[in-house]
Design a protein around this ligand. Structure first.
Ligand SMILES: Cc1ncc(COP(=O)(O)O)c(C=O)c1O
Length: 389
């Protein structure tokens, strides 16, 4: 019997969509198809359409099906990294002369790809504070844009953009909206339902969830975009390996549990840090003091995510010392794994935006709050702040 997923909730879809027990053996977990090629029953006579793993692989297909079901989108396509997904979406749907309106706080690698690869290719790029709807309105009045590119919450300043308002505005101008939903994950936020055209993920983060795989994905309801993306995906080949797809399939099954715990821990950490004299500012959309809090309450559900950024009163030196003094939080790039991580964006994840309008403050620390015991996490941050004095 096949399940009607439209009638089920996210946690059920996450465990069952694309995960039917193996037809041959009854294995409850679908097999990992670790193969590059497939036997043909006569020239061009393919079994279930598979001929070569760059073009298609059952393990990747099961991940695509599962992710599309969780997102509530028609199509999901997995890639070998988040940046590969972004690259293929843009390259397959843009041409030289088109313009992108980008938020002024995004992952440094996204800005590097757009400014150092797409701009020389002939794509125009303008940067505004995308969380400011008036700034978006002004930009749309001045120029034609193929895409508005939104990260919400953004990396690393945790700004919140009203996806519904920006999408409605964009569509009046024939502009499409892409939301990088990596920080929220499909548990907390569904941009397609809010009017966005496409969603992208670094699945390396919450979806993989265990800091052991690099991956990316595009989710869309638009068939034409899906076909263009699938064509370039096969033509250029930035596909995930079957084992990577399998790891992400396993990650998705526990996504809801993990993201809720990440969010609860992060809120407790943010509230604790907000009361300390060593901390100049805590950036976390779950705090009532955050300028995007009301929008976040409306468009996110079940929490505000696991990333908390803090600016230290002691400046750059205190920030570096703090990042090097934690014992449970590991000093490392990335986020979204079960273990807590700490990093200094100006010197690490966002070093590539130094000297641009996206430059981040040098007293900023980004925490990826894991799912450990929250009292242990807070005690670790307290002792590190003490050592950073
Ligand atoms: C918000 C966001 N988008 C995209 C990426 C790029 O993803 P990947 O590192 O999987 O290529 C990252 C990576 O940190 C990210 O944080």
């Amino acid at each position: 019997m096949t399940i009607d997923f439209t009638a089920t909730q996210l946690a059920t879809r996450a465990i069952h969509a694309g995960q039917e027990p193996d037809a041959t053996t009854g294995a409850v977990v679908p097999p990992l198809y670790l193969t590059s090629t497939y036997k043909q029953d006569g020239v061009g006579n393919l079994r279930k359409g598979y001929d070569y793993t760059r073009s298609g692989n059952p393990t990747r297909d099961s991940f695509d099906t599962q992710l599309a079901a969780i997102e509530g989108g028609r199509y999901a396509l997995a890639f070998s990294s988040g940046l590969a997904a972004i690259d293929v979406l843009l390259r397959s749907t843009l041409k030289p002369g088109d313009r992108i309106l980008l938020g002024d706080d995004v992952y440094g690698g996204t800005y590097r790809l757009l400014s150092k690869v797409f701009v020389p290719w002939g794509v125009g790029l303008d940067v505004v504070d995308i969380s400011n709807v008036d700034a978006v309105k002004e930009a749309l009045a001045a120029n034609d844009y193929a895409y508005i590119w939104v990260e919400t919450p953004s990396n690393p300043m945790l700004r919140i953009t009203d996806v519904e308002a920006v999408s409605a505005l964009a569509h009046e101008h024939g502009t499409k909206v892409v939301v990088d939903n990596t920080f929220a994950s499909p548990v907390l936020q569904h941009p397609l339902e809010l009017g966005a055209d496409h969603v992208v993920y670094s699945t390396t983060k919450y979806i993989g969830g265990h800091s052991d795989v690099v991956g990316g994905a595009i989710v869309t309801n638009d068939e034409e975009t899906r076909d263009a993306v699938a064509f370039l995906q096969n033509s250029a080949g930035a596909v995930p390996a079957p084992f990577d797809s399998w790891l992400q399939t396993r990650g998705l099954k526990t996504l809801e549990l993990r993201v809720k715990r990440h969010s609860a821990n992060a809120l407790a950490v943010a509230e604790h840090l907000a009361g300390l004299p060593e901390v100049e500012k805590v950036l976390y959309p779950g705090l009532e003091s955050h300028p995007g809090h009301d929008i976040a309450v409306r468009q996110m559900h079940g929490g505000f995510g696991g990333v908390v950024s803090v600016q230290l009163a002691g400046g750059r030196d205190a920030a570096l010392k703090f990042a090097e003094s934690t014992e449970i939080f590991t000093l490392a790039e990335s986020l979204g794994g079960v273990e807590s991580l700490i990093e200094h964006p100006a010197a690490m994840t966002h070093a590539s935006v130094a000297g641009t309008t996206l430059q981040v403050p040098d007293n900023l620390i980004r925490l990826s709050v894991g799912i450990e015991n929250v009292d242990d996490l807070i005690a670790d941050l307290d002792q590190a702040l003490e050592r950073a004095k």
